[in-house]
Write a protein that binds this ligand. Structure first.
Ligand code: 2HG
Ligand code: ZN
Length: 452
């Protein structure tokens, strides 16, 4: 083995430098199975000091690095393109005690969302971000991608929860900002710069996270509506009348069919509908009556089913949350994660099938997502060798509707060539200057975010 591998073994322990192909394999392919590459080796540091030492050693050797959390990313940003040292942060999984007065907690980058949620809830608080990959997604990856999920409506996305971070620059310098002060105007906000930077500027090792009130009483409505326009009418009614609204999601009949077959779920309604909306309310007291009253006075509602018990909540949410796994069981999807102004949503949904069919006649699009933000997940199945053309056609359509090419999954390797559709040449040039200042040798996550 080369000098670098020997040096890494000395830094993190021989058992945490994986060079054998079988041991590397689980780290080398992303969740979708679309992105895969060979790592030079996988390194598993356990502390910030070890991460710093690993980065220093890689910098001295001129070795490029790819950073990985729970490997739940969907844009190919956490797996190697080929030949990088893969730094897994899974062992940085320390959770400190909840500070109940500040309503904050410090968590290691490798802590899973599910563990963070359980920890916060045991202290009578909650974490503001929730998403279907909660059992594997980690704090560091969620900060790096500025993850969104199902409660952005209520609490904002990941960056809104982050009061500070500890992070390691590519030269091994450790930046520590974990005091969590509620007001602190002392210069550039490096924490917020790193949120959404996709591991291209520094490696987040710990985070000071804000917590939110625990709202134990929940009610969910699964609502059948005629289509996207009716779904938006229902959203408008929910937004104006439901003070406790915590989620508003959408899916369509073809997604429902896939999910029902995959998760063996019954048809939710006697009659099929054009679109389905999930509304969730959460409070200290049961919000069921509030939801029922809103549904009964909204003309867009064709049919609805409401639950507030644990089993019923899980059952209704599973129609929406099983989409990703059901799609994956049907094939390797081309995943597009876009956001348009709500006024453009109906037109986008209408024009989408024709746009895809024009470049990939055999492909089909499963559409679902976060209605409140106009954030649709367009999962194209059967694109085969036309995946790039489908991506190009759909992202151009989205840009024409004043939308963004990445709403919450990030740009990664998957969308980097299309970044100019969403950011001006001046913005991209400024981003490159920031990248060059913090990572002059271009060693961190090369090929991710910024177009080649
Ligand atoms: C979701 O909202 C996730 O369920 C995954 O962002 C979306 O699989 C997808 O495309
Ligand atoms: Zn999503």
């Amino acid at each position: 083995m080369t000098d670098l591998e020997d040096e890494l073994r000395a830094l993190v322990g021989a058992g945490h430098v994986l060079v054998d192909g079988d041991l590397r394999a689980p780290y080398e392919t992303d969740w979708t199975r679309r992105f895969t590459g060979t790592a030079r080796c996988v390194v598993r540091p356990a502390t910030t000091g070890e991460v710093a030492a690993v980065l220093r050693a890689c910098a001295a050797a001129g070795a490029p690095i790819v950073v990985q959390g729970g490997n739940t990313g969907l844009v190919g940003a956490g797996v190697p393109a080929g030949g990088e040292v893969l730094v897994s942060l899974a062992r940085l999984d320390r959770l400190e005690p909840v500070d109940e007065v500040e309503a904050q907690v410090t968590a290691g980058a490798g802590v899973t969302l599910e563990k963070l949620q359980a920890h916060a809830r045991a202290a009578g608080l909650d974490f503001g971000v929730d998403l279907a990959a909660r059992s594997a997604a980690t704090v560091g990856g969620m900060i790096a991608t500025n993850a969104g999920g199902i409660r952005v409506l209520r609490h904002g996305s990941m960056r809104a929860q982050v009061a500070g971070v500890e992070a390691v620059l590519p030269d091994g310098t450790v930046l520590t900002r974990l005091s969590g002060l509620a007001k602190d105007n002392t210069g550039y906000d490096l924490t917020q710069l790193l949120a959404g930077s996709e591991g291209t500027l520094a490696v987040v090792t710990r985070a000071r996270l804000r917590l939110v009130p625990l709202l134990p009483a929940r009610a969910v409505a699964l609502v059948a509506v005629a289509g996207t326009g009716a779904a938006l009418d229902l959203l408008a009614a929910a937004r104006s009348r439901l003070a406790t609204l915590s989620a508003a999601e959408i899916f369509y009949p073809d997604g429902l069919d896939l999910v029902r077959a995959y998760a063996r779920l019954p048809a939710p309604f006697g009659e099929p509908a054009g679109a389905y909306v999930v509304l969730e309310c959460a409070g200290r007291t049961d919000p069921t009556d509030e939801i029922l009253e809103t549904l009964s006075t909204c003309d867009a509602v064709l049919d609805a089913t409401v639950a507030s018990d644990r089993a019923g909540l899980d059952r209704l949410w599973s129609y929406r949350e099983s989409h990703t796994e059901a799609v994956s069981a049907a094939g390797v999807p081309t995943k597009l994660d876009v956001c348009v102004p709500l006024g453009e949503l109906s037109a986008l949904v209408t024009e989408l099938p024709g746009t895809v069919a024009a470049v990939a006649p055999d492909a089909r699009v499963i559409t679902f997502g976060h209605l409140n933000e106009g954030n649709l997940h367009l999962n194209v199945l059967g694109a085969g060798e036309r995946a790039e053309q489908v991506t190009d056609a759909v992202l151009r359509l989205v840009a024409a509707h004043r939308g963004t090419i990445s709403s919450e999954h990030g740009v990664g390797r998957a969308k980097a060539p299309w970044l100019p559709l969403s950011r001006t040449p001046e913005e991209i040039a400024a981003m490159r200057r920031i990248k060059a200042a913090l990572d002059p040798a271009g060693l961190l996550n090369p090929g991710v975010l910024l177009p080649a």
